[in-house]
Every structure is written in C-alpha cells, then in structure tokens.
Design a protein around this ligand. Structure first.
Ligand code: DAH
Length: 357
C-alpha cells in the first residue's frame, strides 16, 4: 500500500496537465484502477485482516483523491496566470482618431422608431422574412384571386416538383407579423414590427428589398381616435417638431376596415423638405381598424376585441428626415455615402437624449 501511495502521489505531483491527471485518476482510483482491484481482494481475507486493510485502503483512496483535487486546482490557477500574462491590454493607449464604422441610417431610424413606440407601450415583435403565402396573404384577407396579390410583385421561393409544402414567399410587407403575434400572445396586445420586406421593383423610390414598420394595438375599446393620436405623437417625436398636420385619406386595404392612408403636411421650398409647414402633402403610411377576418385568422374573437394597425415605410421616412434623394443609395454600400449619412456608433437614440443628435 505504501508503494501504491508513493507511486501515485509522485505521478500526481509530476502531472503536467489535466489530461494526464485524468489518466492517473483512472489508473489509481477509477472503477478498474489499482485501488479498486485491491479492495476486491478484501473478500478473500480473514475478518481480522480485513479490519486493518479495509480502513487503510479507504484512507489511501481518499488521500489520492485529495491530491488529485489539489493538483487540479493548482493546474487551473497556473493556466489562469498564464492567460493573464499573455492576454493583457494597455487601456491607456490613445484611441484611433479616424472614425471607422458608422451606423446605417436605416438602423438609426429603426432605433428611433422603436424608442418612440416603446415610450407608448409597444414592444417589438419579429417574424420570418421567408413566410408562407398563408401568413403573407390569406390570413390578411387577401385571397388567391385578389388583385393585391399580383400588385405586390411577390418573389416566390422555388419549389421542386412534387414538393407539397405550402408555397413560401419573401414577405411583401411586415403585416404577416400581425398574425404571428396575435397567435403568440392573443389579446390585448400592442406591438410594432420593424424589418425587411421584398418586392420585384426597382427605381429611384423602389428597391427589391426595403423596410417597413408594422404597428398593431388590440384591446376591447380601441378606436380610430387612438390610431390618430398615436400617429400624431409618433410624427411629432420622429420629425422633432411641435406641431404637425396629418391628413387621413379614406383608402382601401383588405386587412383593415375602415382604412386610411396618412399624409403629412410639408413644404419643398428651395428644394429642401420641411415637415410641418407648407402646402404640400406627403404620404407616409397605410392604416386602419383591423378587419374581423384578420383577427379571426390570428385566433382572436372579433366580437370581443378590436384594434388598429398601420404599416409605414422606414426607408421612406429615413429619406424624408435625413434628406436622402435616392432610395437605391441606401443599399449601394458606397463608403463615401456611408461616411456622410452614417451615425456615430455610440449615439443611441433616446427620447430624453434627443433622437438624432
Ligand atoms: N401592408 C401594407 C403595405 O405594405 C401597409 C399597411 C396598410 C399595413 C394598412 C397595415 C395597414 O397594417 O393597416 O402596403
């Protein structure tokens, strides 16, 4: 037993890493290790012999175990010391003077919009950019023959012959997230969903990928008046002006009844856009009271609940606020453009700090 003890204690002391320590543990006190083999021999001993050998073997086992634990801790300490020696950082070095990356205006505006709606109790919901045509169309009361289905210039995902899964599309708007969040949380609910959407379209004000923010508020007694107030508050905060005139124009969307498009008063005098004054109107969003069929598709009882929804173009309001004349520039990744229109990385928009400063 003394031989065993000095053999293993020496091996443990000499072990260079955790792997060899583990090998020693298995050979010494593992299930089939030397100590276990010795313990098996206890059965063949006389009762007197066993009274001496039993406790001695147990003591040997626990001595080896504590030597193993102590060595393991020492190895870990040494490894940490080594890391601390090699991974140091001189925090007194000067920072890089040249600004490197910037926050893209779309990201900045998304943060601004989120900050404003968060203040009004809306949380952020997300949905997949590739969705089934049921979520993108049918659940939103746009059946197969409906002209809106063709108007949306939908990108359909390729389907191999014999594939019977439901057709998938690149979502043409953020409205399918209305259905997904109704399914997820039921009523009441108050969400916005900012995100990318896709349509086959390309000119100065259209790109095949662009961004929308969807809004949805459902409760027992929500009305158009609530929609109007929320949108007015939003526009005032977002454009950082005290007063704005909004014009609600009767319109039609399959997923709302009644529906309204909203314009905001502005002027283009001298070629620059001013929001809140002048004689021009600019359309910024579509909205309305959620259609009962849409509530039903989302699993919400339309005889108990009602609500409003809206969908706004993020790129559109970014162009307006920051004076970007061509939408395509947002997605060209031209470094000069990004440096000019980008935002400093640490200027996170908040209502109290000022949104765009
Ligand atoms: N989904 C519409 C579009 O992409 C925008 C929209 C209109 C969304 C009215 C809404 C709404 O939630 O109520 O053109």
């Amino acid at each position: 037993m003394d031989d065993l003890k000095s053999k293993y204690l020496t091996q443990i002391a000499d072990a260079a890493d955790e792997a060899s320590l583990e090998d020693i543990r298995i050979a010494a006190v593992g299930k089939k290790g030397e100590v276990a083999l010795k313990m098996r021999e206890l059965g063949k001993m006389t009762a007197e012999e066993r009274q001496v050998a039993g406790p001695a073997l147990n003591a040997l086992k626990s001595e080896i175990n504590s030597a193993l634990a102590a060595k393991k801790a020492a190895l870990a300490d040494a490894a940490l010391d080594e890391r601390l020696r090699s991974e140091w950082l001189d925090v007194t070095l000067p920072t890089r003077t040249q600004r490197r990356g910037t926050i893209h205006p779309i990201s900045q505006v998304t943060e601004e919009v989120t900050a404003i709606f968060a203040e009004m109790g809306f949380s952020v919901a997300e949905g997949p950019r590739i969705d089934t045509d049921w979520y993108n169309f049918d659940a939103l009361n746009i059946p197969g023959h409906h002209p809106a289905r063709a108007e949306m210039d939908t990108f359909y995902m390729h389907r191999a012959e014999g594939d019977n899964r439901p057709p998938h599309v690149l979502r043409t708007h953020t409205s399918p997230v209305q259905i997904r969040s109704m399914e997820a949380t039921g009523a009441p609910t108050r969400i916005i969903c900012p995100g990318g959407v896709y349509r086959a379209d390309y000119d100065q004000t259209h790109t095949p990928m662009f961004h929308q923010v969807e809004g949805l508020a459902i409760d027992r007694d929500i009305s158009m008046a609530n929609l109007k107030w929320v949108l007015e508050e939003f526009v005032k905060s977002y454009f950082e002006v005290d007063g704005v005139d909004l014009r609600f124009r009767a319109s039609h969307f399959p997923f709302t009844e009644p529906s309204a498009e909203v314009d905001i008063r502005c002027s283009w005098e001298g070629g620059t856009l001013k929001v809140g004054e002048g004689d021009d109107w600019l359309e910024i969003l579509g909205s309305g009271m959620v259609h009962p069929k849409v509530l039903e598709a989302g699993g919400i009882d339309p005889t108990e609940w009602q609500g409003f929804a809206f969908g706004m173009g993020i790129d559109r309001i970014a162009m307006l606020k920051y004076g970007v004349p061509d939408l395509r520039a947002f997605f060209d990744s031209d470094l000069r453009w990004l440096r000019h229109y980008g935002f400093a990385a640490l200027d996170v928009p908040t209502l109290h700090g000022g949104l765009s400063r």
